[in-house]
Design a protein around this ligand. Structure first.
Ligand code: NAP
Ligand code: MG
Length: 404
């Protein structure tokens, strides 16, 4: 432990639940602490502590990320009725990710981790496609009604001074039907655009954005206009200095281009497009356990996590003393991303470099044929071997030791 890498600013560490909490501690113990004098500001977002603190801990953690700039989060339980019983909760606490996202006003970027031996369902996708989903508004904050036959629906806007403007939506003659109202705000769209452009510069990838402004001439058109204005006013020079491109196209055209592409860019999506397309992209690349997730705020704060949940089924096996083969790669990448970003922000090249080496060691382990059950089922390596959770981490640790 003599020559461990020193840190300056602590990382905001958010512990979590179930199997990922088990993996969390192991990643620190087996991979990080042997090489890094780890400094963290610790928040326990495990469900029990959220209950005990009336969920104050989640808000405090988000505020700490604002203050410190970089956080790393373990997967957490979002309570439902069963969890309320299982944990004896006083209330169904909100999703911690939702709470943190609301405080940071951030955008989530999801990117697959590619390894040799696992070929995406679209084999030409040789580089990752990073999806950025706008996580505010549209149908996720809708108001909807059913309309009986003979009914009539209008869209009414009341301005601050009371001026009313009404537009007819539809007169339901001879049939009943449905209606829905959705909204978005310029502030939220602008934040989204900035987060995407910052992340593109950060990761040195082109940025694509698509909507349906030919049909939606006011709503989707506003998204396009804001992206283009933010780009020309704030980012165009930085993009061209970095040799990067921002381009807007129609969503239909974007889909066609994505399928034909090799990957290697960020695809900014409106809320619904991002919801749906992130599932498609994750599935096509093989496994949710090989998907990372970064929350980036428009003012440059970063939170890293795995895209998957707490892997509850594996945890119950673990509690029974049965062997588990849970994939720790996405959790490891969350730590690696956070350490790397912390290193960059604090001007600590060794720390940033260590983050990159953690990723290399994980990829090398899998490409050597040592992998967990989920990857074993997908890999076409001839020498592949299925190992348990801890062996997998120990094997990564050995390879990490060789390159640090
Ligand atoms: P999950 O934890 O992602 O697991 C679903 C299934 O996917 C697992 O049963 C497992 O399949 C496979 N899987 C996921 N991650 C894996 C890994 N690292 N290694 C190997 N296999 C993996 O989703 P869930 O079971 O629907 O949710 C469990 C809890 O997680 C819920 O309480 C939910 O609220 C929470 N959750 C949290 C987050 C977050 O904090 N970001 C996100 C999603 C869900 P097999 O059983 O077939 O092996
Ligand atoms: Mg979805």
């Amino acid at each position: 432990m003599g020559n461990r890498i020193e840190m300056k600013t602590p990382l905001v560490e958010m512990d979590g639940d179930e199997m990922t909490r088990v993996i969390w501690a192991k990643v620190k113990e087996l991979l990080i602490e042997p090489h890094v004098a780890l400094k963290t500001e610790y928040y326990d977002l495990g469900l029990k502590n959220r209950e005990d603190t009336g969920d104050r801990v989640t808000t405090e953690a988000a505020e700490a990320i604002r203050r410190r700039g970089v956080g790393v989060k373990c997967a957490t339980i979002t309570p439902n009725a069963e969890r309320v019983k299982e944990y004896g909760l006083t209330t169904m606490w909100k999703s911690p990710n939702g709470t943190i996202r609301a405080i940071l006003d951030g955008t989530v970027f999801r990117a697959p981790i590619l390894v040799k031996g696992i070929v995406p369902y679209i084999p030409t996708w040789t580089k990752p496609i990073t999806i950025a989903r706008h996580a505010y508004g549209d149908i996720y904050r809708n108001t909807e009604m059913d309309v009986p036959a003979g009914g009539k629906v209008e869209l009414v806007r009341t301005e601050a001074d009371g001026t009313k403007t009404a537009l007819p939506i539809h007169a339901f003659e001879g049939t009943s039907g449905i209606v829905q109202g959705i909204h978005n705000t310029d502030v939220s769209i602008r934040s989204f655009a900035r987060s995407c452009m910052n992340f593109a510069l950060d990761t040195k990838q082109d940025l694509w954005f698509a909507a349906k402004d030919t049909i939606s001439k006011t709503y989707d058109r506003r998204f396009r206009d804001i992206f283009e204005t933010v780009y020309t006013e704030e980012y165009e020079r930085k993009f061209s200095e970095s040799g990067l491109e921002f381009f807007y196209t129609l969503i239909d055209d974007a889909i066609a281009r994505v399928i034909r592409s090799n990957g290697g860019y960020i695809w900014a999506c409106k809320n619904y497009d991002g919801d749906v397309m992130s599932d498609m992209v994750a599935t096509a690349y093989g496994s949710l356990a090989m998907m990372t997730s970064a929350l980036v705020s428009p003012d440059g704060c970063y939170e890293y996590e795995a895209a998957h949940g707490t892997v509850q089924k594996h945890y119950y096996k673990y509690l029974n003393g049965e062997p588990t083969s849970t994939n720790a790669v996405a959790t490891l990448y969350a730590w690696a991303g956070a350490l790397r970003k912390r290193g960059e922000m604090d001007g600590l090249a060794r720390l940033a470099d260590f983050g990159a080496k953690m990723e290399l060691a994980a990829v090398k382990t899998i490409e050597d044929g040592v992998m967990t059950g989920d990857l074993f089922a997908l890999s076409d390596l001839p020498n592949k071997e299925r190992v348990d959770t801890e062996t997998f981490l120990l094997e990564i640790g050995q390879r990490l030791g060789d390159i640090v």
